[in-house]
Design a protein around this ligand. Structure first.
Ligand code: XLS
Ligand code: MG
Length: 371
């Protein structure tokens, strides 16, 4: 049985999503290097991690659990369907381990039908299909009692600015997101304490329509019917670092406008493609990562940290494809613990009487435990 809470520093619970563990590690240059695992096996691996006290929560895309067939839009409600039965089998495994669900997110990136976008697809029939898929995902999230519904920008973006219908595209996005709260209200679901936008500047599209946390907050406040229900889950270091923004600032901003719902956590080389390295792994980002937790503690924010990263491709082991996944989970949990321990050293750090440079060096010494 999972511990109910983690409660270390600002982190109340640790979440490891289905997609991070199940990933078969394909990249644009070559196919998968790990055998795909079924969602029941992923659930078992996550349940094992919960029982070992490594995580308290998980999250999923609809497609991580069950396949989607555009000809069967309500299969999740039909007790005779394979979808209905598999969802319940997965839920039982998670429930038995005491694993809670942080967020349910609709995959509008996995199926080729959405290659030109989901909620902002220029074709109204595809936008409608995306909306129906989102509704099905909200129902699945309700079955699993997810705390949030998340909209990640996915393929809602463009490569060629002159083909975008700029007059309407943000209206379509607002319609799609307002449909989320309309549907939750219509169904009377009580499990959702909010919905989130996860911004990203690019990848898979050349540019995405909500590239940064600032864009997301502005859109929530100006275009959504229920702005108080919506928040942001920034992905740090990755998404905002891809455009050279500083993670500490992003968190300072989001907490100040009360829009930080939870964090996606991993590591990133600045200005590169989405590295999705495990936290603290890679050549840069140690100071920034530690200072994120220092800041959250300082401003009094408490909440869930969700790992959103992948095993390094070079560390995958096709012969021990479950073992290397287990090691990945442990590495992420270990990295978070290291970051929190280093941030705790900074708790009483004071820059009083120091120049900026002296303060920076003193903070490094304190973080590293040097005299
Ligand atoms: C991709 C995103 C994605 C979301 C969930 O870059 O991080 O994995 O978190 O759809
Ligand atoms: Mg993410």
């Amino acid at each position: 049985m999972a511990k109910k809470m983690y409660d270390v520093g600002p982190v109340t619970m640790r979440s490891m999503p289905f997609w991070c563990v199940a990933n078969s590690l394909a990249d644009p240059f070559a196919g998968p290097v790990l055998p795909k695992i079924d969602s029941l096996d992923t659930a078992k691996l996550l349940a094992e991690a919960a029982k070992a006290g490594l995580i308290e929560m998980t999250s999923f895309h609809d497609d991580d659990l069950v396949p989607w067939d555009p000809a069967q839009l309500n299969d999740d409600m039909d007790p005779k369907s394979a979808t209905y039965q598999k969802l319940r089998a997965i839920k039982k495994i998670l429930d038995d381990a005491g694993l809670k669900i942080n967020t349910a997110t609709c995959s509008l990136h996995g199926n080729a039908i959405f290659r030109a976008g989901g909620l902002t697809n220029p074709d109204p029939k595809i936008r409608e299909l995306a909306r129906r898929k989102v509704e099905r995902c909200i129902r699945i999230g309700a079955l699993f009692k997810a705390d949030y519904y998340t909209y990640w920008v996915a393929r809602d973006g463009f490569e060629v600015p002159v083909v975008v219908d700029w007059k309407n595209v943000y209206g379509w996005l607002a319609e799609g997101l307002n449909a989320v709260t309309d549907y939750i209200e219509k169904k009377g679901y009580k499990n959702y304490k909010g919905a989130t936008i996860e911004p990203k500047p690019n990848e898979p599209r050349g540019h995405m329509y909500l590239p940064s946390s600032g864009h997301a907050v502005g859109f929530i406040q100006s275009r959504l019917k229920k702005p108080n229900f919506w928040g942001v889950n920034p992905e740090l270091l990755q998404h905002e670092s891809m455009m050279l923004l500083n993670a500490v600032q992003t968190l300072g901003y989001l907490t100040s406008v009360k829009k930080l719902s939870f964090l996606h956590f991993g590591s990133q080389i600045k200005a590169q493609f989405d590295n999705d390295f495990p936290p603290l792994v890679g050549p840069e980002g140690l100071e920034e990562t530690v200072q994120m937790f220092w800041l959250l503690d300082k401003v009094g924010w408490k909440g869930v940290v969700e790992f959103d990263c992948h095993m390094l491709r070079c560390e995958s082991d096709p012969k021990d494809y479950m073992g290397c996944r287990r090691a990945f989970v442990k590495n992420c949990v270990n990295a978070l613990s290291i970051a929190l321990q280093l941030a705790a050293r900074l708790k009483n750090f004071s820059n009083k009487g120091l120049t900026d440079t002296q303060a920076n060096l003193a903070a490094i010494k304190t973080m590293c435990g040097l005299k």
